[in-house]
Design a protein around this ligand. Structure first.
Ligand SMILES: Cc1cc2nc3c(=O)[nH]c(=O)nc-3n(C[C@H](O)[C@H](O)[C@H](O)COP(=O)(O)OP(=O)(O)OC[C@H]3O[C@@H](n4cnc5c(N)ncnc54)[C@H](O)[C@@H]3O)c2cc1C
Length: 506
């Protein structure tokens, strides 16, 4: 059942499970728990849509470099950031976790991969592609759902509306946390027009996205005598993101062959796959540099058939009708579209757009640093009178050196691949990519600021996502990942969520 707090004045309710955040992982977890028979309340700060590209409640204060993901990398509405995200799902490699001494291993998460794939109607089967792998790199293919299945509200709205033991409250922003005898007893949510909802629950899960989950944990700390930070000094610290930058370009005499090997692939059920070169599990470079991956993208002039198609599909993801200019664009770009349809259905590839450049992007894990952190502002507040998040974040010389190293080994690997006979990797001049990366602002993969640890000294949550300081609260956001790893992070978040639901639903 979906309710709106706006206009509801004041109410007080109880639940077995309270989930704060009805976004990508919060909505999925709410539905899974309700399907397992639990009584669930989910508080979502936004409404059915976020129209603008930025939301006023996502304002933060930047104390060093601007972390652009805070304004442009998160969305407040039911479905959250899944209303805009790319959708690439791929588990990390065990070596990513091991190298960074994560307290959990992939062995504990792998059993949940088939369930996540089924949830998004993704194909089964391996992620690795042995024919393009080498001693230093493993070629892997992420799995992307079709556009309209990327928004989790599109996937789950029937259940969200009808499950009798699930109550989702829209426009309900959690603002106050009341801890008594070491447990979180009550959470208060408010609307901007002054309506209030008080929820008491046995189990509380904060799934408000990495930055906001950290901010809410800091708020709980602030409102309850520093109960969290006294136990877990890592709270807010080690904030990091993947750093990504074009490091060169592929110049080819065999465009069709390159398209076939490295272009987006389609499987019969509509799953899209894209290729990336991650560090091999046993590659020597792992001792010298953090996880990274390279992928070959394409860069259009923004006006071709591919751009028109992408705009139309993105409208569907946002639950909107495509604009008239995009419909007319289909006619204007018909010659490319006809060839692209042929490539899609007969070659099972996404045709490189005509004239598009083929930049190589290197994505590296940022080194976790205590100095990169989220804290609460002492003088700036949101509309509810709560302190804004302050982000102290910057790219270090060591991150730049790691980029150089990652590109060196990628270049050496590429030169040994048979594909290099017809396609050359033209690297940018020395130092150019490193300089650009420092200004890049992250790529919307925030991690670390409520990190998982073995002990309260090491982390904020344990391997079951339980806060060391307030054990009836779980944190479910990419901020629990101790490091960024060698792939996009959301599959890892969904695996942690599925593991948690299995634990409490035995
Ligand atoms: C453009 C873009 C492309 C991306 N592509 C990929 C990709 O291809 N692969 C990948 O793995 N990752 C990708 N990501 C990252 C991915 O989108 C996130 O990791 C994922 O969506 C995080 O899910 P979440 O549930 O933690 O956060 P969200 O989906 O943002 O959900 C958080 C929810 O909490 C709500 N909320 C916040 N504060 C409160 C509060 N106080 N009270 C109540 N509710 C609150 C918000 O309104 C929101 O609905 C991409 C991100 C962006 C921006």
């Amino acid at each position: 059942m979906i309710k709106d707090l706006a206009g509801a004045k004041a109410a007080e309710i109880t639940a077995e499970f309270l989930i704060i955040g009805g976004g990508t992982v919060g909505l999925l977890t709410s539905v899974w728990l309700a399907e397992a028979g639990h009584k669930v309340v989910c508080l979502e700060s936004g409404g059915f849509h976020q129209e603008e590209d930025e939301h006023p409640l996502n304002e933060v204060v930047h104390l060093k470099s601007v972390y652009s993901g805070a304004a442009h990398g998160r969305f407040r509405c039911i479905g959250g950031t899944s209303t805009r995200w790319g959708g690439a799902l791929i588990p990390f490699q065990e070596a990513d976790l091991k190298a960074a001494e994560w307290p959990i291993s992939m062995r504990e998460l792998d059993p949940f991969i088939p369930g996540i794939q089924a949830q998004f109607d993704l194909s089964g089967g391996d992620y690795d592609l042995p024919e393009l792998s080498s001693p230093t790199h493993v070629a892997r293919l992420a799995k992307w759902p079709p556009f309209k299945k990327r928004n989790v509200f599109n996937l789950l709205q029937e259940k969200a509306r009808t499950l009798p033991n699930l109550e989702i409250w829209l426009n309900a922003t959690a603002t106050d946390f009341s801890v008594q005898d070491g447990l979180l007893r009550k959470v208060r949510a408010r609307t901007v027009s002054g309506d209030e909802l008080s929820v008491s629950a046995d189990h509380i899960i904060i799934a408000a996205g990495a930055i906001e989950t950290t901010r809410l944990a800091l708020l709980m700390d602030f409102q309850n005598g520093e109960i969290v930070s006294r136990t877990s000094p890592a709270l807010g610290r080690y904030f990091s993101d993947h750093l990504s930058v074009p490091v060169g370009e592929m110049v080819t005499r065999a465009r069709a062959e390159l398209n076939r090997h490295v272009g987006f692939r389609f499987e019969s059920n509509g799953t899209m796959r894209n290729l990336r070169f991650e560090l091999g599990q046993d590659a020597d470079i792992r001792a010298a540099a953090p996880a990274s991956f390279a992928h070959i993208a394409f860069e259009t002039d923004g006006n071709g058939g591919f751009d028109v198609l992408r705009n139309i599909f993105r409208s569907l993801q946002k639950r909107r009708l495509p604009g008239a200019s995009d419909i007319l664009g289909l006619i204007r770009t018909a010659p490319w579209l006809i060839r692209a349809v042929w490539a899609r259905f007969y070659g099972k590839r996404l045709l490189f757009p005509d004239g598009a450049k083929l930049p190589v992007h290197m994505v590296i894990e940022q080194e976790p640093s205590q100095e990169n952190r989220i804290s609460l502002s002492k003088n700036r507040e949101d509309v509810f009178g709560k302190p804004l998040a302050e982000i102290t974040w910057t790219v270090t010389d060591s991150d730049k050196a790691n980029l150089t190293h990652a590109v060196d080994v990628f270049q050496a690997m590429w030169r040994k691949l048979p594909l290099s006979a017809s396609t050359e990797f033209m690297r940018k001049p020395e130092g150019a990519a490193e300089g650009e990366m420092a200004l890049g602002g992250g790529i919307y993969h925030p991690t670390g600021s409520t990190r998982m640890g073995r002990t309260p000294d090491e982390g904020v949550v344990d391997i079951d996502l339980r806060m060391f300081a307030v054990p009836n609260v779980r944190l479910l956001a990419t901020s629990v990942l101790p490091t960024g790893g060698g792939a996009n992070p959301t599959m890892m978040l969904l695996l942690l969520a599925a593991r948690y639901v299995a634990q409490v639903s035995k």
